[in-house]
Design a protein around this ligand. Structure first.
Ligand code: ADP
Ligand code: MG
Length: 257
């Protein structure tokens, strides 16, 4: 049975959702865990970062909108040792097309239910909005991980995200919990970065992961090579940080199980 289905969520773009989802999928895959990464963003950044330049068959769009089975869309990413449910640009239509649809918030949940025995972890990389696709992710997930970029004051955005999470808990998915906030792109030389990190830790003392992801050129370069940080630069500080975050994530799941 799948241990945890995690939505990587933050309505702000560019905060490290995709990087964190792909890196943790690769970290756990390398440890022999069975991981499925679902790309739920029409920008398809997780798909290209996983090295899938051309999606060979149906994508998450066909699965959500045309009743193609999830297992028929899954692509094995051999080099990274996880499975990918890829996205294409087509997914941008789903936000509108789902609006009047039946059981529209439950589509992803229903879609992945048959896969529960095939994976230890299911990760969902969310788009940068709180629209119907993200609500689908939050309905399908057992928990959320919230990446927070250390270069931008996040409190207002986090407050509306927390409201959305509360709404989803009250109406759609009572078991949804917040596994943690991940501070990303920390440049210790800048004062704003240190302030943001301190601010988030003050507001969310128990929920903020101890592991902080540093700003690193290697991690910005890796996706354009279709490689995770563990292939592109295994000895880098960023690789070490994401390896440590994977351990911390696993421990949190075990403690709270
Ligand atoms: P999101 O999915 O939230 O939009 P991404 O993970 O795509 O965010 O990250 C946004 C951009 O920042 C990408 O170009 C990515 O390569 C880069 N990036 C992510 N994490 C780091 C980091 N720790 N250091 C430097 N660049 C990073
Ligand atoms: Mg993204």
């Amino acid at each position: 049975m799948v241990r945890e289905t995690i939505a990587f969520v933050n309505q702000k773009g560019g905060v490290g959702k995709t990087t964190t989802a792909v890196s943790l999928a690769a970290a756990l895959g390398r440890r022999g865990e069975r991981v499925l990464l679902i790309d739920l963003d029409a920008q398809a950044n997780a798909t290209s970062a996983a090295g899938v330049a051309d999606v060979p068959g149906p994508s998450i769009y066909e699965a959500l909108m045309l009743e193609v089975e999830a297992k028929d869309c899954v692509v094995r990413v051999e080099d990274e040792q996880f499975d990918l449910l890829p996205a294409t640009r087509e997914l941008s239509g789903a936000e509108v097309e789902l609006a009047p649809a039946m059981a529209r918030e439950q589509r992803l949940k229903n879609l992945i239910e048959p896969l529960a025995d095939d994976y230890d972890w299911i990760f969902i990389d969310c788009p940068p909005s709180l629209g119907v696709l993200t609500v689908n992710a939050l309905t399908a997930a057992t928990s959320v991980v919230i990446p927070v970029q250390c270069e931008y004051l996040p409190m207002e955005g986090l407050a509306s995200l927390m409201e959305t999470l509360a709404l989803v808990r009250n109406n759609l998915n009572p078991r949804l919990r917040t596994l943690g906030l991940v501070l990303t792109m920390l440049d210790r030389r800048t004062r704003l970065a240190r302030e943001v990190a301190a601010d988030v830790m003050t507001h969310f003392p128990r929920q903020t992961f101890t592991t902080v992801i540093p700003r690193a050129v290697s991690i910005a370069e890796a996706p354009s090579h279709g490689q995770s940080i563990f292939r592109y630069s295994p000895g880098s500080r960023a690789a070490t940080a994401y390896r440590r975050l994977a351990v911390e994530l696993t421990e949190r799941v075990e403690v709270s199980a």
